[in-house]
Every structure is written in C-alpha cells, then in structure tokens.
Design a protein around this ligand. Structure first.
Ligand code: AMP
Length: 143
C-alpha cells in the first residue's frame, strides 16, 4: 500500500464527528462508543477542529475542568492538518511524526472522506512489509 486512498478503501470512509457546541462529556462518550481516539469537529458541514483523547487528558482532566460544562470548542485544536486520498502513506507518517499527532482526516474536494490514525499507518506498513518478504521468498525460491 502506498497511498491514503488504499487505506480508506480497506477501512471505509466513515468519520465520527461532533460539533463545537457538544460537551466534552458527549465527545468522550462518543469516542468510547466507537472505540476511537479522535473526533472531527464540524459546523455547517465544514471542518472547524479536531478533538482527541489527548485534549481531554491535557486540557480538561489535568486542569480539573468539568467535562459536562466544558464545550468541545473550548478544548479542540482549530488548525486541522488534513491529507488527500492521493497523499502517500509516507507523507502522512512524516507529518504525524513531525507534528506529534496520531490522527489525520482525509479531505477530497473539500469533503470529509475518511480518517487515518497512526494505527492504520502501522497496519499498512506491516502489510507492505509482508508483501515484500513474500516477494523476496518467491525470488529466492526461483533462483
Ligand atoms: P493525537 O496524538 O492525535 O491524540 O493529538 C495530539 C494533539 O494534536 C491534540 O491536541 C490534538 O487536538 C492535535 N491533533 C491531532 N490530530 C490533529 C490534526 N490532524 N490536525 C491538527 N491537530 C491535531
């Protein structure tokens, strides 16, 4: 696998989202229900932020804020790093490492078209490695 669209095709394009006005408690419940660590924040169809479990830990729990009276907009990150379906997996791995982020939404022609987590990148890397090993073994056998 080389490009982001291959990951999206295999995992699906569904992205779990929230709104800026939702409470952090709602956001945490949604993450738990879907077994995920991040939600894209949408307002009138536009991406206006991202909230991850790390934001809840550092900006809510560590500051002793009340999750049921704190809104998503107060603790989300507003400048969202996104990628496109044709972006390479290498590029996304690089941006995750550089920016210290584990989630990158996929945008296609201005539309939300998927979500890539660091786990997806690792899985794709493993699949590519397994393919390489298989090819090399076949090459060695045929020699
Ligand atoms: P994460 O490692 O993905 O849980 O995120 C670490 C921090 O980076 C949190 O403050 C997130 O809100 C922020 N973050 C995560 N993903 C992105 C992204 N794609 N664009 C901008 N900020 C992000």
């Amino acid at each position: 696998m080389w490009r982001i669209n291959e990951i999206v095709e295999s995992k699906g394009a569904r992205v779990v989202t929230t709104t800026p006005h939702a409470t952090v408690l709602d956001a945490a419940s949604l993450m738990n229900a879907h077994h995920i660590g991040a939600l894209v924040v949408l307002e009138e169809g536009h991406v206006v932020g991202i909230i991850t479990e790390r934001d809840i830990l550092t900006r809510v729990v560590a500051r002793q804020r009340n999750p049921s009276s704190t809104s998503v907009s107060e603790v989300m990150t507003e400048r969202v790093v996104v990628c496109e379906p044709r972006t390479t997996i290498d590029e996304v791995r690089h941006v995750m490492r550089e920016r210290r982020i584990r989630h990158v939404p996929v945008v296609d022609g201005g539309r939300l078209a998927g979500m890539i987590s660091i786990g997806d990148v690792n899985l794709a890397d493993n699949a590519t490695l397994a393919d390489t090993v298989r090819d090399l073994e076949a090459y060695i056998r045929s020699a």
